[in-house]
Structures are given as structure tokens and as C-alpha cells.
Design a protein around this ligand. Structure first.
Ligand SMILES: NC(=O)c1ccc[n+]([C@@H]2O[C@H](COP(=O)([O-])OP(=O)(O)OC[C@H]3O[C@@H](n4cnc5c(N)ncnc54)[C@H](O)[C@@H]3O)[C@@H](O)[C@H]2O)c1
Length: 347
């Protein structure tokens, strides 16, 4: 096993800083470099978190031989080139969600990692929460029976992130790819990863394109540049008849609502707004509110990545599974665009 993994943080914006903070709780890891095209942001993060090397170009970081692995925390359209370059330079990669702009890009990343025998882990952080880890254990023990349906209702009233998130060329989409990626990934994983075959979708942009519903984070709104959806509905069907449904918004005239449930033949589980398990004993309803340990799931995610790098083992959220998640998201987006059911051909 390696001594300490030297990690390079590429992107020191919102999530990059969250990872830098989380890494302080990890063992077997030292953050050796931080890189951001905005020098001031990279320097500030390095000073704050005690990181010795600062770069503004990721290629220079990769060439400098100061890191063993990188965390890709940059806008979605940069995940592919940065990950490919990192793999070529012999680095293991933790890549933020969505792993890429679409399934085609994701497949290229996975193929490159496989060929170079590098670890490619998708930062599907929802899998690392105490609630997800607990419900996954319950589901794998068969205590929910067969989970046949999952539903996510994730409605922000006024939460459009600013800057690159609104530009389809940089983000690939709105709430579907930003929030839906978590919901789809989590529910599909809990269901035991059934094979998706088709999807329907409807998407709207009434508020975003007229400057309504902006959130209070990000780097400013550029009118005319809102080229993604602000609300989306989707239904994904699996080969065996099971399904997932989604209603997700960045902006909508409604109350904020976060609600995520899976339904099984023996029991059900809810994640949001709080974790609950639903079972029955005859006519008696058994509702359980697990008292979960509180931990920082970003620290759990980074610790898991480092453990996988040191022990050369496959992560809980490997790039190969993120490819299937992207295939489902691509299909919902395509169905919304064309008004027709979209077939999903995995593999
Ligand atoms: N897992 C989660 O919970 C979670 C939460 C937020 C964001 N994200 C994901 O993380 C990624 C980044 O999102 P964010 O909110 O931090 O965005 P952000 O805009 O706050 O930060 C991105 C940073 O990347 C820098 N950057 C851009 N191009 C670069 C390049 N070529 N090289 C180096 N630095 C570059 C920018 O200057 C900026 O500082 C996105 O893919 C997003 O979907 C994940």
C-alpha cells in the first residue's frame, strides 16, 4: 500500500473548496497542489488550506510530478479533457458529477482509465451520505423486497445557479444534469442497477430565460445566455418493468420541496426531507426513523477515493456506472427535446 496519496485539486470554486475542507478530515492523503484558471482563487485556497503548490494551468500541474491523483472540480465541459490528460499523465481521477457532458464522453473517459489501469471514480456524493449507506445496506439485505419504483421531487423555487451553469455549451443542461444526476444515480444504485431501456421527458425554461428564479450564488447572470431548462419531468423504464420518475426544478412558482422515495414489495424508504423506513406487520404500520450518525459525506467520499487509490480497488461509484447514469439523463433530455420516447441502449 502507498504511504500518502498526493492529491491535486483542479478547480477551486464552490465544490473544490468543499473538497479541500473535507480532505482535512481524511487520512492517507495530502493535498499537494491546487489549480484554478483564476490565480487569485487558487492562491487563496492554497493559503487557507496549507497547499504547497499552486497552478493556473492543469497541464502544468500534471507535468510537474507533484501529485499521484487529481480531483476534477471544474465546469462540466472541462471534465473530459482534464480527465483524459490526467489519465495520460498516470494519475488516478476523482471527477465531479456529472462525470461528463454526455454518455459518449463518459465512455471515452472510462475506456482511457481502463486502458491505462487508472482509477476513475465519479463524485456521486449522494451515495456517501450516512442515509444512503444505511438504506443501501437494508436494500441489499432484501428488507425492502424488490424495489420497483423510485420517485424524486426536487423543486427549488428560486435557485438557478449563475454563470456557466446556465450555458448549455458549458453545462450540457439545467436541473436535470445538475440535480437529477444525484437523484437518478442514488435511486438506480439502491434498486440494484437495473438495465434502463427507455425514457420520457418534458422540459421548460419559462422563468430562467426571462431572468426569474435566480439563486444567490455564482458569478452573475448574462441575459440571453440562458440556454438550458429550468424545470424538467422524466420517467425512466427498466428492462424488467421497474421505473424511476423525476420532477426537478431550479426555479418554479412553488414552495421549495425536496422529496426522494423508493418503493419496494416489502418496504419503502424516504431520504428527504428526513430519512424514514416504511414497513407493515399485518395491519400495523411500522415507521422507523433511524438515528443516523452525522458525518461529512464529502469527507467519506474523499476518504473512499484515497483508500481505493492506495489499495487499487474499484470505488463504490466507478466511472463505468456513471456512464449508465449519463445514458439515462441523455435519454430524458432527448425525449424532452423531441417529444417522443427515447430508447436507451446501454453497453
Ligand atoms: N457533488 C456535489 O455535491 C456538487 C456540488 C456543486 C458542484 N458540483 C460539480 O462540481 C463542478 C464545479 O462546480 P462548482 O459549483 O464548483 O463551480 P464553480 O464555478 O464554483 O467553480 C469552478 C472553478 O473551476 C475553475 N476552472 C474553470 N475551468 C478551469 C480549468 N480549465 N482549469 C482549472 N480551473 C478551472 C473556475 O475558475 C472556478 O473557480 C461541476 O461539475 C458541478 O456539477 C458538485
Amino acid at each position: 500500500m502507498r504511504k500518502k496519496v498526493r492529491l491535486g485539486m483542479i478547480g477551486a470554486g464552490n465544490i473544490g473548496r468543499i473538497h479541500l475542507q473535507a480532505c482535512q478530515e481524511c487520512t492517507g492523503l495530502e493535498v499537494a497542489a491546487v489549480c484554478d484558471v483564476e490565480k487569485r482563487r487558487a492562491k487563496q485556497a492554497a493559503d487557507e488550506f496549507g497547499v504547497p503548490h499552486v497552478f493556473t494551468e492543469y497541464r502544468k500541474l500534471l507535468a510537474a510530478d507533484v501529485v499521484d491523483a487529481v480531483s476534477v472540480c471544474t465546469p462540466n465541459n472541462t471534465h473530459l479533457p482534464i480527465t483524459l490528460a490526467a489519465i495520460r499523465a498516470g494519475k488516478d481521477v476523482l471527477c465531479e458529477k456529472p462525470i461528463a457532458m454526455n454518455a459518449r464522453e463518459a465512455r471515452r473517459m472510462v475506456a482511457a482509465a481502463k486502458k491505462a489501469r487508472r482509477i476513475l471514480m465519479a463524485a456521486q456524493s449522494s451515495r456517501y451520505t450516512p442515509a444512503a449507506r444505511f438504506v443501501k445496506k437494508i436494500a441489499d439485505q432484501g428488507r425492502l423486497g424488490q424495489v420497483y419504483y423510485g420517485k424524486a421531487l426536487w423543486l427549488r423555487r428560486s435557485g438557478i445557479p449563475r454563470g456557466w451553469f446556465q450555458d448549455a455549451k458549458q453545462s450540457a443542461g439545467g436541473p436535470l444534469i445538475d440535480l437529477g444526476v444525484h437523484a437518478v444515480d442514488l435511486m438506480w444504485w439502491l434498486m440494484g442497477r437495473p438495465k434502463p431501456v427507455s425514457a420520457f421527458g418534458v422540459a421548460f425554461d419559462h422563468l430562467g430565460r426571462t431572468g426569474q428564479g435566480m439563486g444567490d450564488w455564482g458569478v452573475g447572470w448574462n441575459p440571453g445566455k440562458f440556454t438550458v431548462e429550468d424545470m424538467i419531468g422524466g420517467l425512466i423504464r427498466f428492462e424488467d418493468g421497474r421505473a424511476l420518475s423525476l420532477d426537478i426544478s431550479w426555479a418554479a412558482h412553488t414552495a421549495d420541496q425536496y422529496w426522494l422515495r423508493i418503493f419496494g414489495t416489502k418496504g419503502g424508504a424516504q431520504f428527504l426531507p428526513e430519512t424514514m423506513l416504511y414497513h407493515s406487520d399485518g395491519n400495523t404500520k411500522l415507521d422507523v426513523v433511524p438515528q443516523l450518525a452525522r458525518d461529512n459525506h464529502y469527507a467519506a467520499e474523499n476518504q473512499h477515493f484515497v483508500d481505493c487509490v492506495r489499495r487499487r480497488k474499484e470505488p463504490i461509484s466507478p466511472g463505468s456506472q456513471a456512464v449508465v447514469v449519463m445514458e439515462m439523463l441523455d435519454a430524458v433530455a432527448k425525449a424532452a427535446r423531441t417529444g417522443r420516447m427515447a430508447a436507451i441502449r446501454t453497453g
